[in-house]
Design a protein around this ligand. Structure first.
Ligand code: NDP
Length: 401
């Protein structure tokens, strides 16, 4: 029998919810483009529940134990004495979420002698050393599309929040003020601005579609060009390289996966190519931006604002400079884990486990690494290699608690 080791974020500080603000979730039949939502044989949770935290267990316990397997669920993931490291040596399956990533470094993969499957409950498997997974023939799968639309909504919210100066204005109200001039001295309309996305995959394209009705000029940088019909429909300007695109944009949103080709892409040099006073929104991965270069650009005014929900490492250490830099609108990593998204990726994780334990193939669109090479969605969007370097610093958050 197998051990399934699942790493999830902590429950709310005041306990696992007893009730929710809403009674149900809207029914969504298909994702844009036609891909079906997850199709497990059954689920043991009510959509709308908190599933992504430790007590939610992604709704998996009944299913896993009924098969005679063991399910270990923990949030204790960093450092050599963590529950994760202790349980890893005899785990066959590891499940982790990008929001609270159990970094599967080469060292950890070497210790995990029985590991055969690493599932990302969500999208983005950069917390796994893909090269090590390839070398050890560990299958890596994620729940493609499960939270892409959730993230695109968050991106639009963050663009509007930064450009209109929402967060400082809200803070004036909470402080009891009525300081209109203080609120509006940094507030603009997005109408007529040029917005560009780095990558126009599921999230990037969904962001562009949502911004179209705001009468913004839309740009994208991609290695593979979108179909002509889509370019025409949205009146998109394609840029074959990122430098050319950022030069003309007032707002840039990053929607590419983190892999060795995108790591550190937004460094001092690229930031200096941007228009002075541009806004940058990164909900893709923290490491795509050079941490200290972002701080410098905000302090100098080269960037008028930076927002996102992705950091490196995660959780971000208490002294991470993005917590205190000027004109930021950061959240913890939450955009892809709304209750709506959780219902989809919990069902997708269940679908992947059903396939695994019944020895049926996992959907191609969920595969990142399989049979010792990049596969499925991974072969399209990722490059081999490792983007987990430095992840041990996540233990600094734990130690500071
Ligand atoms: P997709 O695979 O649909 O899109 C990613 C796109 O990035 C592909 O079209 C790929 O294009 C492009 N791409 C890859 N490398 C590069 C590069 N070097 N330069 C330019 N484009 C590149 O993924 P999603 O849109 O669903 O998700 C994108 C990323 O967003 C995820 O990998 C993840 O890191 C992040 N994410 C964040 C979440 C959150 O909660 N904040 C939740 C979900 C995802 P092509 O290969 O055709 O060139």
């Amino acid at each position: 029998m197998s051990k399934v080791l699942c790493v999830l974020y902590d429950d709310p500080v005041d306990g696992y919810p007893k009730s929710y603000p809403r009674d149900d979730l809207p029914k969504i039949e298909r994702y844009p483009g036609g891909q079906t939502l997850p199709t497990p044989k059954a689920i043991d949770f009510k959509p709308g529940m908190l599933l992504g935290s430790v007590s939610g267990e992604l709704g998996l316990r009944k299913y896993v134990e009924a098969l005679g397997h063991t399910l270990i669920v923990t949030s204790d993931k960093d450092g050599p004495n963590s529950v994760f490291e202790r349980e890893l040596p005899d785990a066959e399956v590891v499940i982790s979420q990008p929001f609270w990533p159990a970094y599967l470094t080469a060292e950890r993969i070497a210790k995990a002698k029985k590991l055969k499957l690493a599932v990302t409950a969500g999208i983005g498997s950069d917390h796994v050393d893909l090269q090590a997974a390839i070398d050890r023939k560990v299958t890596v799968a994620e729940v493609t599309y499960s939270n892409s639309i959730s993230v695109s909504e968050h991106v639009v919210m963050m663009i509007l929040s930064l450009v209109r100066n929402y967060i400082p204005s809200y803070q004036w109200v909470v402080k009891g003020g009525w300081n209109i001039a203080d609120c509006v001295e940094r507030s603009y309309d997005v109408e007529g601005m040029h917005v560009g996305t780095v990558a126009a995959g599921r999230i990037g394209l969904a962001v562009l579609r949502r911004l179209k009705p705001f009468d913004m000029h839309l740009h994208y940088y991609e290695r593979h060009r979108l179909p002509e019909a889509v370019e025409k429909e949205l009146n998109l300007a394609w840029h074959p390289n990122v430098e050319d695109m950022v030069k003309v944009c007032d707002v840039v949103t990053i929607n590419a996966p983190l892999h060795p080709e995108t790591e550190g892409l937004f460094n001092d040099k690229l930031l200096s190519n941007m228009k002075r006073g541009a806004y940058l929104v990164n909900t893709a991965r923290g490491k795509i931006c050079d941490r200290d270069a972002i701080v410098r650009a905000l302090e100098s005014g080269q960037l008028a604002g930076y927002a996102g929900d992705v950091w490196f490492p995660q959780p971000a250490p208490k002294d991470h400079p993005w917590r205190t830099m000027p004109h930021h609108g950061m959240t913890p990593h939450i955009s892809g884990t709304s209750l709506s998204a959780q219902a989809r990726y919990a069902a997708g994780t269940r679908e992947i486990l059903e396939c695994w334990f019944e020895r049926r193939p996992i959907r191609e669109e969920y595969l990142i690494v399989d049979g010792g090479k990049l596969a499925g969605a991974g072969a399209h969007s990722y490059t081999a290699g490792d983007a987990t370097g430095g992840s041990e610093a996540a233990a600094k958050f734990k130690n500071a608690r």
